[in-house]
Design a protein around this ligand. Structure first.
Ligand code: DAK
Length: 258
């Protein structure tokens, strides 16, 4: 892939968006590469957890404004369909995805980070939704995901005023889950990824599915998802091994992820 790199360390897949000259702005080529890499990640049984980051001083500085400026309506629709399907592919991936926000996460970049399951930010991160200032609304899920993550009032303020927040404020309002010194970002993201990768993966994936689906459902439906997932885990060898290990006062070993 020209614009998106995939490297594997243990059971962690590291996906790096690499178009640093344009601060990793998303054009159709980058989105196609991102989609192809996530298709590969979904199929790779060796990858349990994904870390998504950007090369250089930006995570993603948004959709590519130079590509969008002259798009026709039909091209705009195609671009939107490609972007939305790629972001949904990430959100719906069975495996957890951690955004390591290394710098600018603006517009589509902020939206991309919010399509991930967890966000760790470098203290150099700058995050926001500048679209309204460009005469458009956020279009890659920002109006929907941001209020779900940080609440109605704050999402309104940030989207309508287009104010960008630095890492410490992003942490204070819950837009990122942790802030770390810039040179420790990938180590911290890997540490979190590895702490998830050592768990029994059926339980990890079912828990992600329950949280994701449950957030979009009423409480009765959401609890039904949870009961179903809970029951399903009782059919796994890993649940038997984990519980046996506890009762036998030993470390659980050799999870089979089934
Ligand atoms: N698109 C294209 N190029 C970009 C870019 C972007 N979003 N952001 C930066 N670049 C390019 C710059 O043009 C510059 O290119 P050269 O001039 O060197 O060729 C290079 O990256 C370095 O940028 P700067 O020289 O500006 O660097 P600074 O450090 O001075 O400033 C900055 C960094 C991130 C503050 C600044 O570049 C900036 O404000 N960038 C724009 C950020 C932004 O407004 N992002 C939101 C884009 S709108 C849709 C759905 C969603 C969307 C659209 C449609 N549909 C459903 C159809 C989403 C829209 C957006 O994301």
């Amino acid at each position: 892939m020209a614009y998106v790199l995939l490297e594997t360390k243990g059971h962690v897949g590291i996906v790096t968006i690499s178009r640093p000259k344009a601060l990793n702005a998303l054009n159709a080529d980058v989105l196609n590469d991102l989609s192809n890499v996530f298709t590969q990640v979904a199929k790779d049984d060796n990858i349990y957890v994904v870390v998504l980051t950007g090369e250089g001083r930006s995570f993603v500085a948004g959709a590519d404004i130079s590509a969008m400026r002259d798009m026709t309506a039909v091209e705009g629709q195609e671009f939107a369909a490609l972007a939305n399907s790629t972001f949904l592919q990430i959100e719906n991936l069975a495996k957890p995805v951690i955004a390591a926000v290394n710098g600018f996460a603006l517009g589509g970049g902020c939206e991309l980070s919010m399509a991930c399951d967890m966000r760790i930010a470098s203290e150099k991160a700058l995050i926001g939704q500048p679209e309204v200032g460009l005469g458009i609304t956020p279009g890659f899920g920002g109006t929907q995901r941001m209020p779900r993550i940080i609440g109605y009032g704050k999402a309104m303020e940030l989207i309508l005023s287009t104010r960008k927040v630095k890492a410490d404020e992003a942490y204070a309002i819950g837009l990122v889950d942790k802030v770390v010194p810039h040179d420790q970002l990938m180590d911290e993201a890997m540490k979190l990824a590895e702490s998830i990768a050592v768990m029994p993966q059926v339980a990890v994936r079912q828990a992600k599915l329950c949280i994701r689906k449950g957030m979009q459902a009423d409480i009765n439906t959401a609890l039904a998802f949870e009961s179903e997932a809970f029951g399903l885990c009782f059919s796994t060898e890993d649940k038997h091994e984990s519980m046996s290990a506890f009762l036998e006062k030993r470390e659980a070993k050799n999870f089979k992820n089934r």
